[in-house]
Design a protein around this ligand. Structure first.
Ligand code: ARG
Length: 224
């Protein structure tokens, strides 16, 4: 009702930054991943067609606020700051921020980070953690570009979410994830404040998927 973007009402529009496997990533010209599968279930449940749009991570929340999108499902960590801007569904997974280094790095943990060139994905909780607790990081539009910079020796470490980190480290055998996580967080779906109908629908589907094994099946599909 609040949307003036000319889309018809039988569509459920989801936004995500789609270089974040296993949650959202491109497979050919399709965007797939855990978040897409969860939202496909929601769309099915409410009889709408899911439309997935890719945008930079630092704009997914404002897209929901403005009504450009119905939901942002983008591996979004629940934070107090974000709670002031949008409503969060019940969480659907626990996550962590981790440190990725080249295998031959002298950096062994959090205490070695000061003064190093630290890459993060712009606008993420990794960005916020490093900025607040260590120093100004080098901000990249997405994790893939941060990995390219790390491989090119332009930065010393990356701070990023643990599951994408694992996939990046699988693809680049020279990279290592340090065992000690920096944070423990939870992911949830972002919905415009006041859209309680959709919030309840999303919550209902997440609870169902957790109870009936659907969530485990979705995760198993993308996490080897
Ligand atoms: N969990 C982190 C955050 O909420 C990073 C999420 C990045 N997601 C993405 N699809 N690129 O800030």
């Amino acid at each position: 009702v609040l949307c003036s973007c000319g889309r018809s009402d039988n569509k459920l529009v989801m936004v995500a930054e789609a270089t974040f496997p296993p949650y959202e990533f491109r497979e050919g010209d399709r965007i797939v991943g855990i978040d897409v599968d969860i939202m496909t279930e929601v769309a099915r449940e409410i009889g709408k067609e899911l439309v997935v749009e890719d945008m930079s991570f630092d704009s997914v929340i404002s897209a929901v606020q403005s009504g450009k999108a119905d939901v942002a499902a983008s591996g979004i960590t629940v934070t107090e700051d974000r709670k002031r801007q949008i409503d969060f569904s019940v969480p659907y997974v626990e996550a962590r921020q981790v440190i990725i280094v080249p295998g031959n790095s002298a950096i062994k943990g959090r205490d070695d980070l000061k003064g190093k060139r630290i890459g993060v994905q712009h606008g993420t909780t990794g960005d916020a953690y490093v900025t607040k607790n260590i120093q100004e990081p080098e901000r990249f539009p997405n994790g893939a570009l941060a990995v390219a910079a790390l491989n090119a020796g332009k930065i010393d470490v990356i701070v990023i979410d643990g599951e994408p980190a694992k996939i990046f480290a699988d693809r680049h055998k020279n990279l290592l994830i340090l065992p000690e996580p920096l944070t423990v967080e939870e992911y949830a779906i972002a919905i415009r404040k006041g859209n309680t109908e959709l919030l309840e629908q999303v919550n209902r589907v997440i609870r169902q998927l957790k109870e009936n094994g659907g969530m485990a099946a979705i995760r198993a599909k993308y996490i080897k």
